[in-house]
Design a protein around this ligand. Structure first.
Ligand SMILES: O=C(O)C(=O)Cc1ccccc1
Length: 307
């Protein structure tokens, strides 16, 4: 049975997402303490793949995931899923709001419940943990008074109870998770795919504009752009791009070769079906037929058959 790592312990949002990502086959889920450990376990081949959070509709990218994806041997995403996120407050049985002096969670959860914390437990010290479920375990161990976590997290701890439900400042938040493997056979194109790449542009006038032009000239929609410091020096950034389409699509392949010529570093981070399966809209000039016909036309000229 394939072993699949995820950001644990059991009861995290990533646990739920990884179950969804592995729903089609039998898998042994392996909880690890950080995203970086989960991705390194894939690199070291102790697991086949990992489920990791990548972006939240309210709080933005999960920087730890972006950094860990690009800081070691290449890995690729082969699937994604999007989960609705609801935050509850978990405490030891019988604890009241006025007894909470410390509250803990994952930084992305803390950031999404700030109003509730300020309104309901303004005096509580806010602590961060490696995951929502790790914070719940800390409550169970008596180390903190309350945790902000997924509703399912309480199922793993008999002595805890839910003190407050659905406390997010913004309702209907969702998080996107990736299923990440070592490079190998790519998922087949479906017509509803996303391709993720990271690039380090040269530090010169117009570098980012020209990089984006490589996409727009080929009719490629950019669905996300995020920058992270390369950590070499101040002012040097790595851009993470999500674009519509599959690397086997002519327009996407053509754009990637353009980026490769233009940028200092380009990493292919995977082509995989979009969670909502919405078909990619392709302008006529960017279709497979248009690329093939124009290539044939050029070959005719080169062969001397068209004046
Ligand atoms: O800590 C967790 O449960 C995670 O899976 C990371 C996370 C935290 C907050 C929102 C979405 C994912």
């Amino acid at each position: 049975m394939p072993r699949i790592a995820y950001l644990g312990p059991p009861g995290t949002f990533t646990d739920q997402a990884t179950r969804a990502l592995t729903a089609d086959f039998d898998a042994e889920l392996v909880p690890l303490e950080t995203v970086s450990q989960a991705l390194d376990a894939v690199r070291e081949e102790t697991v086949m793949a990992a489920g990791v959070p990548v972006e939240n509709s309210v709080e933005g990218s999960v920087s730890a995931t972006l950094d860990a994806l690009t800081s070691g041997e290449p890995l690729i995403a082969v699937g994604e899923t999007v989960l609705p996120i609801r935050f509850d407050v978990l405490v030891r049985r019988g604890t009241g709001l006025d007894e909470i002096s410390t509250v803990s969670s994952h930084p992305h959860a803390i950031a999404q419940v700030r109003d509730w914390l300020a309104d309901n437990i303004p005096g509580a010290k806010v602590l961060v943990d490696s995951s929502t479920a790790a914070a719940v375990a800390a409550v169970d161990a008596g180390e903190v008074d309350a945790a902000v976590a997924a509703p399912v997290a309480v199922e793993h701890h008999g002595d805890l109870e839910v003190l407050a439900e659905s406390i997010a400042d913004v309702t209907d938040a969702v998080t996107r998770f990736l299923f990440v493997r070592r490079p190998g056979t790519l998922p087949d194109p479906t017509g509803a795919d996303r391709t993720s790449i990271s690039v380090v542009a040269h530090d010169e006038v117009g570098a980012l504009t020209e990089l984006l032009t490589e996409l727009s000239l080929r009719g490629i929609n950019l669905s996300r752009i995020e920058s992270r410091p390369t950590k070499d020096r101040l002012g040097k950034y790595r851009f993470f791009l999500d674009i519509d389409g599959h690397v086997s699509d002519a327009r996407v392949g053509d754009a990637l070769t353009g980026l490769r010529r233009r940028c200092g570093e380009v990493r292919f981070l995977g082509s995989y079906p979009k969670a909502d399966r919405s078909p990619v809209v392709i302008r006529p000039m960017a279709s497979e037929q248009a690329f093939q016909a124009s290539q044939e036309w050029l070959e005719q000229i080169r062969a001397g058959r068209i004046a």
